[in-house]
Ligand binder design. Structure first.
Ligand code: PHE
Ligand code: NA
Length: 457
């Protein structure tokens, strides 16, 4: 029980809090994952369900996680246990805290490999590898990189090393300052890409693909993917928001900050889609291309636009930074756990976590480079270990974690406690309360039941 002193430490300002939380939220999920899962699941209807999940489930769950941290003022598992105790609930509710650390750890093991792709592309971009290349040649750059397990290991190794060092030395302050201007810059570059896509790509097809909801194209599995991604993209059910909430200044509005983070995150994801799809359709590429989508499309644009060598490198560099700020948040919960419960020094904890992540990341590396031992048959489909990691974390663990949080905050935590923490108008409190008590749990359970074949609509 080492750090009761963390009780009084708080973010220096509301702005630092928002930057750190937005930095954790905005990452590969927005720019890499959202566009390609939208493509795999048919476009518009998926987007609509995703937005509904963000609004009715993601935001209320985010508020709940911040609430637990704000009331508990300690690391996630301990905060949850404390809030449970104050409400007369079981101490086992600490599960709401630690379950997320496990999910975060598993997510990080493939997150670093994708961030490694972005790092490789930063170098390709700046060295002019995209200039005047045909879509087929751009596709080759991607497949050549992925044929080499050694290359993938090296690029992701650099990411793991950087994450470990930054967390170990506790030099996040410098990084957060960098994020200060890199996030806005990433935003501006995305807008530039949208402008470019609008002038040279097929914006009409992109818009109708993204915003015409054709529900016949959306399967129940697609609904689960949308639900899971709403948790992934907002960094929910991974202990992160509770951790940040523990440092939330007393006067800062939990409602406004949660809304702000969710809006920023959603805008970045939609912009990424609007930047990518006009290029997809103008070049006859496949919307369902899968995880390689942005790496096979954006370089086409960079390769033919003025200043594309510089902007291409810069874009992927900023994607690396956005990924790093999320990776830091992801590794933090296991580092904090080792420090608090196993008496590790911070650097030791970082090295042990980093090394374990590296080992685990090899499953993803060799799945991508196509080693046959990584392919297993599950529910009568062939899946690579990477697919399984990605699927189980986003689509099983995160919704399950979110369900537990909603039930905990909606049914166990005293309403006086939640009212005081949320500190908003009666109407907003009521809306939140309805979502965590009914909408979120019922929706999550129904999607699970539907997919397990127990009920069918
Ligand atoms: N939200 C991050 C993204 O969209 C991923 C993440 C998940 C980060 C969970 C922290 C915790 O890229
Ligand atoms: Na995100």
């Amino acid at each position: 029980m080492s750090n009761h002193n963390i009780k009084h430490e708080q973010w220096s300002s509301r702005l630092t809090y928002m930057l750190a939380a937005t930095g954790a939220a905005v990452g590969l999920g927005n720019i890499w994952k959202f566009p390609y899962i939208m493509g795999e699941n048919g476009g518009g209807a998926f987007v609509l369900v995703y937005l509904g999940c963000i609004l009715l489930i993601g935001i209320p769950v985010m508020m709940s996680e911040v609430l637990i941290g704000k009331v508990g003022r300690q690391a996630p598992a301990r905060s949850a246990r404390l809030v449970a105790a104050q409400s007369g609930g079981s101490k086992h509710w600490s599960v709401v805290g630690w379950f997320g650390s496990v999910a975060g750890f598993l997510i990080l093991s493939f997150y670093v490999v994708i961030a490694g792709w972005a790092l490789a592309y930063t170098f390709y971009g700046f060295s002019g590898d995209f200039t005047d290349k045909s879509p087929a040649q751009i596709g080759n750059i991607f497949s050549t990189l992925n044929q080499s397990g050694g290359q993938l290991m090296a690029w992701s190794g650099v990411i793991i090393f950087a994450t470990t060092v930054i967390v170990g030395l506790g030099v996040k302050a410098g990084l957060e300052r960098a994020v200060n201007w890199m996030m806005p810059a990433l935003f501006v570059l995305l807008l530039v890409m949208v402008g470019y896509a609008a002038s040279t790509g097929d914006m009409g097809s992109a818009m109708s693909f993204m915003f015409n909801a054709d529900f016949s194209k959306l399967s129940w599995n697609g609904v689960l993917v949308a639900l899971g991604h709403s948790f992934f993209t907002l960094s929910l059910a991974s202990g992160i928001m509770t951790m940040y909430g523990a440092y939330l200044p007393e006067k800062t509005s939990l409602v406004k900050t949660s809304l702000w983070i969710a809006i920023m995150d959603t805008v970045v994801a939609l912009l990424a889609g609007i930047a990518i799809y006009p290029i997809v359709f103008a070049n006859g590429l496949e919307p369902g291309a899968g995880p390689g989508l942005i790496f096979q499309t954006l370089p086409i644009a960079f390769g033919s636009m003025p200043g594309g060598q510089f902007f291409g490198g810069l874009f992927f560099l900023m994607l690396v930074v956005a990924a790093l700020t999320s990776a830091l948040a992801l590794i933090e919960s296991s580092v904090a756990w080792l420090v608090e419960n196993r008496g590790f020094k911070r650097m030791q904890a970082a090295v042990v976590s980093g090394f374990s992540i590296w080992l685990l990341s090899l499953l993803t590396v060799f799945s991508i480079s196509g080693e046959s031992w990584t392919v297993v048959t599950l529910f009568a489909t062939d899946m690579s270990l990477f697919d399984i990691l990605d699927f189980t974390t986003s689509n099983v663990m995160l919704p399950l974690g979110g369900l537990m949080t909603a039930v905990f905050v909606g049914y166990v935590v005293n309403t006086e406690i939640s009212k005081r923490a949320i500190d908003s108008t009666a109407a907003i409190y009521r809306l939140w309360w309805l979502c965590v008590r009914y909408v979120a749990p019922i929706a999550i359970v129904l999607v699970f039941l539907q997919l397990s074949g127990i009920v069918s609509f």
